[in-house]
Design a protein around this ligand. Structure first.
Ligand code: TYM
Length: 339
């Protein structure tokens, strides 16, 4: 089996700079990234090539890419420990993505639920082919680094399965080239639901006012959105998989993902309390997470040179690994090496 040459298992993950990051992105992905950064050899990218699978305004994309990188650091990633970079800065991502696209069966791509959901909202004439091929690009991101573990929310699990299957297909056809990665979901918070509609995943691209708490929301607005979250007409506060109790379950999940307390302790804590108390407790812990994160974020956005130097270093470190893997994959696939 091919693997990275260091002793620590390697981790790779990314977030699209396609909007403002939400507490779903934080609890499903970023928080785990920070927790594992000293234990593993971690690579975290801002996946701008993924963002263009739907149309983006060029100035906004540039801005959101910087903002996302700053948010990674504000959330607790230490650039001296984790490698932070921008996906499009390393051409190997696009090059390997093309090679993998040529090997990805259309049937597999059409089965991806994210493609089915996103394409259902648009006409065939307006959907770019990138939306269908997107999982091959995500596979390239992961396979270029021989990542062992990929920390993500559970909406990405199907893409991870696809990555493993495609890596196996390539290895089988052209000889051992890629490491098969495993998915890593957080124990709590792998799927945070919309506050206004707790049966749909909280998303950065949903327009409605009380759907998501954004990491840069004004603290009073964040609190207000949580106080307005949809609940139900029951009284009991407990974790539940019943559809009609999804709102309370979501609030308890947010509380658990932030406090890391056990389900039994949380249910005992709220046993004699009402929904208003639950919402206040969730709002308090969300606000105390956002406050220091926002302070650090605004500091970083004012230190322009610093962010650029982090991304330059990340590009150098990640680029060297990605290019070596790409070269090997090209050789194995039969490309004539330039003389
Ligand atoms: P993206 O940008 O949609 O989301 C980034 C990360 O946030 C997680 N997430 C959530 N977790 C819990 N609850 C939610 N409501 C929620 N919303 C989002 C996602 O699961 C993800 O971990 N395809 C990926 C980006 C990507 C990637 C990669 C990830 C591109 N290449 C390589 C890992 C490895 C995506 O669109 O994530």
């Amino acid at each position: 089996m091919v693997s990275n040459s260091g002793n620590k298992p390697r981790v790779l993950s990314g977030i699209q700079p396609s909007g403002n990051l939400t507490i779903g992105n934080y609890l499903g992905a970023l928080k785990q990234w920070v927790e594992v950064q000293r234990q593993f050899d971690c690579f975290y990218c801002v996946v701008d090539l993924h963002a263009i699978t739907v149309a983006q305004n060029p100035d906004e994309l540039r801005q959101k890419t910087r903002e996302s990188a700053a948010m990674y650091i504000a959330a607790g990633l230490d650039p001296e420990v984790s490698t932070i970079f921008v996906q499009s800065h390393i051409a190997a991502h696009s090059e390997l993505a093309w090679m993998l696209t040529c090997m990805a069966p259309l049937g597999w791509l059409h089965r991806m639920t994210q493609f089915k959901d996103k394409s259902a909202k648009q006409s065939q004439e307006s959907i770019g082919a990138g939306l269908l091929n997107y999982p091959s690009l995500m596979a390239a991101d992961i396979l270029l680094y021989h990542a062992d573990l990929v920390p993500v929310g559970d909406d990405q699990n199907q893409h991870l399965e696809f990555t493993r299957d495609l890596a196996q297909r390539f290895n089988h056809a052209y000889g051992e080239t890629f490491t098969l990665p495993s998915v890593m979901n957080p124990e709590a918070g792998a799927r945070i639901m919309g506050l206004d509609n707790p049966t749909a995943k909280m998303s950065k691209s949903e327009d409605s006012e009380n759907h998501a708490v954004f990491l840069l929301d004004d603290l009073a607005a964040a609190r207000r959105k949580i106080m307005r979250a949809v609940t139900d007409s029951h009284r009991e506060i407990r974790f539940s998989s019943e559809r009609e109790r999804a709102g309370v379950n979501n609030l308890l999940t947010i509380y658990q993902a932030i406090t890391d307390e056990s389900s039994a302790d949380i249910e005992a804590h709220f046993a004699d309390k009402g929904y208003g108390d639950l919402k206040r407790a969730v709002a308090d812990c969300v606000v105390s997470t956002l406050e220091p994160l926002q302070a650090r974020y605004y500091e970083l956005m004012n230190e322009k040179g610093y962010l650029d130097s982090v991304l330059k270093l990340g590009r150098e470190k990640a680029g060297a690994i990605a290019e070596a893997t790409l070269k090997r994959a090209q050789e194995n696939m039969g490309f004539l090496a330039p003389s």
